[in-house]
Design a protein around this ligand. Structure first.
Ligand SMILES: [Zn+2]
Length: 114
């Protein structure tokens, strides 16, 4: 079962950091020609692209980079959140242990100084 809705293409990145197509082959990085929507931009696609057996895997490099970056940022934020939650717990326990009575000086005790 896919984690993604069926209308979305699945971005598969191996532990080697390379992008894989549906054939389980490394999708090579290529440069788009002038007759495309993003001339000069880099993209990954199935090595069988435009040939028989093409699995239609195609991703713009900037989209992949943004996606990977967002994922990494999200994981970093989750780790940070966990650390802060832990710190919060420690501080709350510390605060509870500081429940000592605070003595307030009344006006009378101030006058004693005169
Ligand atoms: Zn393929």
């Amino acid at each position: 079962m896919s984690l993604f809705p069926s209308y979305k293409k699945i971005l598969r990145i191996g532990i080697d950091g390379k992008l894989y197509c549906e054939h389980n082959l490394v999708a090579p990085l290529r440069v788009a020609g002038t007759c495309t929507s993003r001339p000069g931009h880099e993209f990954y696609e199935c090595p069988y692209a435009l040939r028989r057996g093409d699995c239609n895997v195609f991703f713009w490099k900037e989209d992949v980079d943004n996606y990977v970056l967002r994922g990494a940022e999200k994981r970093a934020l989750e780790v940070q959140k966990e650390k802060l939650e832990e710190e919060k717990g420690l501080l709350e326990r510390e605060l509870a242990s500081y429940a000592v009575p605070i003595l307030l000086l009344s006006r009378d005790s101030c006058r004693d100084g005169y």
